[in-house]
Design a protein around this ligand. Structure first.
Ligand code: ADP
Ligand code: MG
Length: 296
Protein backbone atom coordinates (compact mmCIF):
# COMPACT_ATOMS: atom_id res chain seq x y z
CA UNK A 1 0.00 0.00 0.00
CA UNK A 2 1.36 3.41 -0.95
CA UNK A 3 0.47 6.56 0.88
CA UNK A 4 -2.38 8.42 -0.83
CA UNK A 5 -3.43 12.03 -0.25
CA UNK A 6 -7.05 10.96 0.00
CA UNK A 7 -6.53 9.91 3.63
CA UNK A 8 -4.72 11.75 6.39
CA UNK A 9 -4.59 8.56 8.48
CA UNK A 10 -4.33 5.24 6.72
CA UNK A 11 -3.85 2.04 8.75
CA UNK A 12 -4.04 -1.39 7.17
CA UNK A 13 -3.73 -4.75 8.87
CA UNK A 14 -2.13 -3.15 11.91
CA UNK A 15 -0.86 -5.37 14.75
CA UNK A 16 0.38 -4.50 18.21
CA UNK A 17 1.64 -7.28 20.41
CA UNK A 18 2.73 -6.54 23.99
CA UNK A 19 5.14 -9.05 25.49
CA UNK A 20 5.26 -9.35 29.25
CA UNK A 21 7.72 -12.08 30.27
CA UNK A 22 6.42 -15.17 28.41
CA UNK A 23 2.96 -13.77 27.87
CA UNK A 24 1.83 -12.13 24.62
CA UNK A 25 -1.12 -9.76 24.52
CA UNK A 26 -2.43 -9.00 21.03
CA UNK A 27 -3.90 -5.52 21.50
CA UNK A 28 -4.46 -4.81 17.78
CA UNK A 29 -5.10 -7.70 15.40
CA UNK A 30 -5.26 -6.60 11.78
CA UNK A 31 -6.89 -3.23 12.31
CA UNK A 32 -7.88 -1.07 9.32
CA UNK A 33 -8.67 2.63 9.71
CA UNK A 34 -8.87 5.45 7.19
CA UNK A 35 -9.48 9.07 8.15
CA UNK A 36 -9.81 11.89 5.62
CA UNK A 37 -8.11 15.26 6.11
CA UNK A 38 -10.39 17.59 8.06
CA UNK A 39 -12.61 14.83 9.47
CA UNK A 40 -14.07 14.99 12.97
CA UNK A 41 -14.51 11.37 14.00
CA UNK A 42 -14.76 9.16 17.06
CA UNK A 43 -13.65 5.67 18.04
CA UNK A 44 -15.75 3.69 20.51
CA UNK A 45 -15.31 0.23 22.00
CA UNK A 46 -15.38 -1.77 25.23
CA UNK A 47 -12.57 -1.42 27.71
CA UNK A 48 -9.53 -3.43 26.55
CA UNK A 49 -10.57 -3.40 22.87
CA UNK A 50 -7.38 -1.57 21.80
CA UNK A 51 -8.50 2.08 21.54
CA UNK A 52 -5.64 3.58 23.57
CA UNK A 53 -3.11 1.31 21.87
CA UNK A 54 -4.23 2.64 18.48
CA UNK A 55 -4.21 6.27 19.64
CA UNK A 56 -0.73 5.93 21.18
CA UNK A 57 0.57 4.57 17.88
CA UNK A 58 -1.03 7.42 15.91
CA UNK A 59 0.48 9.88 18.41
CA UNK A 60 4.00 8.50 17.93
CA UNK A 61 4.12 7.41 21.59
CA UNK A 62 4.39 3.71 20.73
CA UNK A 63 5.32 1.67 17.66
CA UNK A 64 3.18 -0.98 15.96
CA UNK A 65 4.46 -4.58 15.71
CA UNK A 66 3.41 -5.10 12.08
CA UNK A 67 1.16 -3.79 9.33
CA UNK A 68 0.98 -0.38 7.72
CA UNK A 69 0.31 2.99 9.32
CA UNK A 70 0.64 6.32 7.53
CA UNK A 71 -0.17 9.71 9.05
CA UNK A 72 0.10 12.79 6.83
CA UNK A 73 2.32 10.84 4.44
CA UNK A 74 4.69 9.61 7.18
CA UNK A 75 5.24 5.89 7.54
CA UNK A 76 4.98 5.29 11.30
CA UNK A 77 6.73 1.93 11.01
CA UNK A 78 9.84 3.53 9.52
CA UNK A 79 10.28 6.43 11.93
CA UNK A 80 13.40 6.44 14.12
CA UNK A 81 13.54 7.99 17.62
CA UNK A 82 14.52 11.41 16.26
CA UNK A 83 11.65 11.37 13.74
CA UNK A 84 9.23 10.40 16.53
CA UNK A 85 10.30 13.35 18.72
CA UNK A 86 9.89 15.75 15.79
CA UNK A 87 6.53 14.19 14.87
CA UNK A 88 5.18 14.49 18.44
CA UNK A 89 6.37 18.08 18.75
CA UNK A 90 4.99 19.50 15.49
CA UNK A 91 2.61 17.17 13.74
CA UNK A 92 0.22 15.84 16.36
CA UNK A 93 -1.51 17.17 19.48
CA UNK A 94 -2.59 14.76 22.22
CA UNK A 95 -5.10 15.07 25.07
CA UNK A 96 -5.19 12.53 27.92
CA UNK A 97 -8.26 11.62 29.93
CA UNK A 98 -6.58 12.57 33.22
CA UNK A 99 -6.79 16.38 33.29
CA UNK A 100 -3.73 16.47 35.59
CA UNK A 101 -1.58 14.73 32.99
CA UNK A 102 -2.07 17.47 30.38
CA UNK A 103 -1.04 20.55 32.36
CA UNK A 104 1.89 21.66 34.53
CA UNK A 105 0.36 22.53 37.93
CA UNK A 106 2.69 25.39 38.88
CA UNK A 107 2.18 27.30 35.60
CA UNK A 108 -0.89 29.38 34.75
CA UNK A 109 -3.03 28.75 31.63
CA UNK A 110 -1.10 31.01 29.25
CA UNK A 111 2.30 29.72 30.45
CA UNK A 112 1.10 26.12 29.93
CA UNK A 113 0.18 26.93 26.34
CA UNK A 114 3.55 28.63 25.78
CA UNK A 115 5.66 25.65 26.92
CA UNK A 116 5.47 23.60 23.67
CA UNK A 117 6.22 26.73 21.61
CA UNK A 118 9.23 27.71 23.75
CA UNK A 119 10.56 24.13 23.40
CA UNK A 120 10.13 24.57 19.65
CA UNK A 121 12.21 27.77 19.60
CA UNK A 122 9.36 30.31 19.16
CA UNK A 123 10.22 33.83 20.43
CA UNK A 124 8.56 34.80 23.74
CA UNK A 125 6.41 37.62 22.33
CA UNK A 126 5.13 35.45 19.47
CA UNK A 127 4.41 32.61 21.89
CA UNK A 128 2.38 34.94 24.13
CA UNK A 129 0.36 36.22 21.17
CA UNK A 130 -0.43 32.74 19.86
CA UNK A 131 -1.21 31.41 23.37
CA UNK A 132 -3.72 34.23 23.81
CA UNK A 133 -5.34 33.42 20.47
CA UNK A 134 -5.59 29.73 21.35
CA UNK A 135 -7.07 30.40 24.79
CA UNK A 136 -9.65 32.60 23.07
CA UNK A 137 -10.46 29.78 20.62
CA UNK A 138 -11.12 27.39 23.56
CA UNK A 139 -13.10 30.14 25.35
CA UNK A 140 -10.64 30.39 28.23
CA UNK A 141 -9.28 33.89 27.57
CA UNK A 142 -10.91 35.13 30.78
CA UNK A 143 -8.85 32.61 32.79
CA UNK A 144 -5.38 33.22 31.28
CA UNK A 145 -3.68 33.70 34.63
CA UNK A 146 -5.42 30.95 36.58
CA UNK A 147 -3.52 27.84 37.62
CA UNK A 148 -5.01 24.40 36.90
CA UNK A 149 -6.16 23.93 40.52
CA UNK A 150 -8.29 27.10 40.13
CA UNK A 151 -10.22 25.59 37.20
CA UNK A 152 -12.95 22.94 36.84
CA UNK A 153 -12.05 19.69 35.07
CA UNK A 154 -13.78 20.89 31.90
CA UNK A 155 -11.86 24.18 31.95
CA UNK A 156 -8.58 22.29 32.42
CA UNK A 157 -9.41 20.14 29.39
CA UNK A 158 -10.09 23.24 27.30
CA UNK A 159 -6.67 24.63 28.24
CA UNK A 160 -5.23 21.18 27.43
CA UNK A 161 -6.69 21.46 23.92
CA UNK A 162 -4.95 24.84 23.52
CA UNK A 163 -1.66 23.26 24.70
CA UNK A 164 -2.10 20.40 22.20
CA UNK A 165 -2.58 22.93 19.37
CA UNK A 166 0.31 25.23 20.39
CA UNK A 167 2.60 24.24 17.52
CA UNK A 168 -0.26 24.18 15.03
CA UNK A 169 -0.43 20.42 14.36
CA UNK A 170 -2.89 19.34 11.63
CA UNK A 171 -4.04 16.39 13.78
CA UNK A 172 -5.57 16.29 17.26
CA UNK A 173 -5.96 13.00 19.15
CA UNK A 174 -7.94 12.79 22.38
CA UNK A 175 -8.14 9.65 24.56
CA UNK A 176 -11.43 9.80 26.51
CA UNK A 177 -11.08 13.58 26.99
CA UNK A 178 -14.46 13.85 28.72
CA UNK A 179 -14.13 10.70 30.84
CA UNK A 180 -13.70 12.65 34.08
CA UNK A 181 -16.12 15.51 33.26
CA UNK A 182 -19.76 16.20 34.11
CA UNK A 183 -22.17 16.56 31.18
CA UNK A 184 -21.83 20.37 31.07
CA UNK A 185 -18.04 20.15 30.91
CA UNK A 186 -18.23 17.41 28.28
CA UNK A 187 -20.64 19.44 26.12
CA UNK A 188 -18.28 22.41 26.12
CA UNK A 189 -15.32 20.23 25.14
CA UNK A 190 -17.29 18.73 22.22
CA UNK A 191 -18.39 22.21 21.10
CA UNK A 192 -14.77 23.32 21.04
CA UNK A 193 -13.71 20.29 18.99
CA UNK A 194 -16.49 21.16 16.52
CA UNK A 195 -15.36 24.83 16.32
CA UNK A 196 -11.68 23.92 15.82
CA UNK A 197 -12.54 21.38 13.17
CA UNK A 198 -14.80 23.79 11.28
CA UNK A 199 -12.74 27.00 11.69
CA UNK A 200 -9.19 25.66 11.33
CA UNK A 201 -9.72 22.37 9.49
CA UNK A 202 -7.94 20.35 12.19
CA UNK A 203 -8.44 16.60 11.75
CA UNK A 204 -9.75 15.27 15.08
CA UNK A 205 -9.96 11.69 16.41
CA UNK A 206 -11.70 11.24 19.75
CA UNK A 207 -11.73 7.97 21.72
CA UNK A 208 -14.76 7.81 23.99
CA UNK A 209 -17.22 5.74 25.99
CA UNK A 210 -19.91 8.36 25.55
CA UNK A 211 -22.94 6.76 23.80
CA UNK A 212 -24.12 10.24 22.72
CA UNK A 213 -21.03 10.78 20.58
CA UNK A 214 -22.72 9.91 17.25
CA UNK A 215 -24.67 13.17 17.44
CA UNK A 216 -21.46 15.18 17.78
CA UNK A 217 -19.17 13.89 15.03
CA UNK A 218 -19.32 13.01 11.32
CA UNK A 219 -18.47 9.33 11.82
CA UNK A 220 -18.10 6.83 14.66
CA UNK A 221 -15.99 3.69 14.22
CA UNK A 222 -16.40 0.81 16.68
CA UNK A 223 -13.39 -1.34 17.65
CA UNK A 224 -13.88 -4.91 18.83
CA UNK A 225 -11.04 -7.16 19.91
CA UNK A 226 -8.37 -5.06 18.26
CA UNK A 227 -10.13 -4.62 14.90
CA UNK A 228 -12.52 -2.05 13.47
CA UNK A 229 -15.93 -3.70 13.11
CA UNK A 230 -18.75 -1.25 12.34
CA UNK A 231 -19.21 2.44 11.66
CA UNK A 232 -21.97 5.02 11.83
CA UNK A 233 -22.15 8.00 9.47
CA UNK A 234 -24.04 11.16 10.15
CA UNK A 235 -25.91 12.50 7.12
CA UNK A 236 -27.98 15.68 7.00
CA UNK A 237 -30.81 15.88 4.49
CA UNK A 238 -32.77 18.98 3.69
CA UNK A 239 -36.46 18.26 3.25
CA UNK A 240 -37.93 21.53 2.04
CA UNK A 241 -35.35 23.56 3.93
CA UNK A 242 -35.62 21.66 7.23
CA UNK A 243 -32.40 19.79 8.07
CA UNK A 244 -32.97 16.21 9.22
CA UNK A 245 -30.08 14.20 10.64
CA UNK A 246 -29.84 10.52 9.70
CA UNK A 247 -27.43 7.94 11.08
CA UNK A 248 -26.42 5.13 8.70
CA UNK A 249 -24.74 2.06 10.18
CA UNK A 250 -22.29 -0.07 8.18
CA UNK A 251 -20.24 -3.22 8.77
CA UNK A 252 -16.63 -2.71 7.61
CA UNK A 253 -15.10 -4.98 5.00
CA UNK A 254 -11.31 -5.38 5.17
CA UNK A 255 -8.82 -5.69 2.30
CA UNK A 256 -9.21 -9.49 2.34
CA UNK A 257 -13.02 -9.29 2.10
CA UNK A 258 -13.61 -10.20 5.75
CA UNK A 259 -16.42 -8.59 7.68
CA UNK A 260 -17.54 -8.98 11.26
CA UNK A 261 -21.18 -9.79 11.93
CA UNK A 262 -22.19 -8.58 15.39
CA UNK A 263 -22.30 -11.45 17.90
CA UNK A 264 -25.89 -10.66 18.95
CA UNK A 265 -27.01 -11.08 15.33
CA UNK A 266 -25.21 -14.41 14.97
CA UNK A 267 -26.76 -15.67 18.18
CA UNK A 268 -30.22 -14.63 17.10
CA UNK A 269 -29.77 -16.48 13.79
CA UNK A 270 -28.20 -19.51 15.45
CA UNK A 271 -24.97 -19.14 13.46
CA UNK A 272 -21.71 -20.38 14.89
CA UNK A 273 -18.47 -21.53 13.24
CA UNK A 274 -19.89 -21.58 9.71
CA UNK A 275 -22.70 -20.02 7.70
CA UNK A 276 -24.15 -20.35 4.22
CA UNK A 277 -23.68 -17.28 2.01
CA UNK A 278 -26.14 -17.13 -0.88
CA UNK A 279 -26.24 -14.41 -3.53
CA UNK A 280 -29.72 -13.07 -4.06
CA UNK A 281 -30.98 -10.14 -6.13
CA UNK A 282 -28.54 -7.28 -5.42
CA UNK A 283 -27.72 -8.71 -1.98
CA UNK A 284 -26.12 -11.60 -0.16
CA UNK A 285 -27.96 -13.74 2.35
CA UNK A 286 -26.11 -15.15 5.34
CA UNK A 287 -27.93 -18.18 6.70
CA UNK A 288 -27.32 -20.73 9.43
CA UNK A 289 -25.98 -24.13 8.47
CA UNK A 290 -28.68 -26.47 7.24
CA UNK A 291 -29.52 -28.97 9.91
CA UNK A 292 -29.99 -32.31 8.18
CA UNK A 293 -31.31 -35.35 9.93
CA UNK A 294 -28.50 -37.69 10.62
CA UNK A 295 -28.68 -40.72 8.31
CA UNK A 296 -28.30 -44.08 10.00
N1 ADP B 1 1.73 -1.52 27.99
C1 ADP B 1 1.02 -2.65 27.93
N2 ADP B 1 1.55 -3.83 28.21
C2 ADP B 1 0.82 -4.96 28.14
N3 ADP B 1 -0.47 -5.04 27.74
C3 ADP B 1 -1.05 -3.88 27.42
C4 ADP B 1 -0.37 -2.63 27.49
N4 ADP B 1 -1.22 -1.66 27.10
C5 ADP B 1 -2.39 -2.26 26.81
N5 ADP B 1 -2.30 -3.60 27.00
C6 ADP B 1 -3.36 -4.60 26.74
O1 ADP B 1 -3.81 -4.43 25.42
C7 ADP B 1 -5.22 -4.55 25.33
C8 ADP B 1 -5.82 -3.27 24.77
O2 ADP B 1 -5.64 -2.23 25.71
P1 ADP B 1 -6.03 -0.71 25.46
O3 ADP B 1 -5.51 -0.30 24.14
O4 ADP B 1 -5.59 0.07 26.64
O5 ADP B 1 -7.62 -0.80 25.39
P2 ADP B 1 -8.75 0.34 25.60
O6 ADP B 1 -8.08 1.67 25.53
O7 ADP B 1 -9.72 0.08 24.49
O8 ADP B 1 -9.37 0.08 26.93
C9 ADP B 1 -5.70 -4.91 26.74
O9 ADP B 1 -5.80 -6.30 26.81
C10 ADP B 1 -4.59 -4.38 27.61
O10 ADP B 1 -4.52 -5.12 28.81
MG1 MG C 1 -8.02 3.28 26.92
Amino acid sequence: MEHSDEYYINCEDLFKIYKIADLEVVALRGLDLKVRPGELMAIVGASGSGKSTLLNILAGLDQPSAGRAYVGGRDLLLMNDGDMVEYRRKHVGFIWQQTGRNLIPYLDAVQNVEVPMVLNGVAAADARERATELLTAVRMDHRMHNHPNQMSGGEQQRVSIAVALANNPPLLLADEPTGELDSFGADMVYEIFTDLNRDFGVTIVIVTHDPEIAARVDRVVAIRDGRTSTEIHRRTEFDGGTPTVHHDEYVLVDAAGRLQIPREMLERLGINERARVIPSDGAVEVLPEERRKRSK
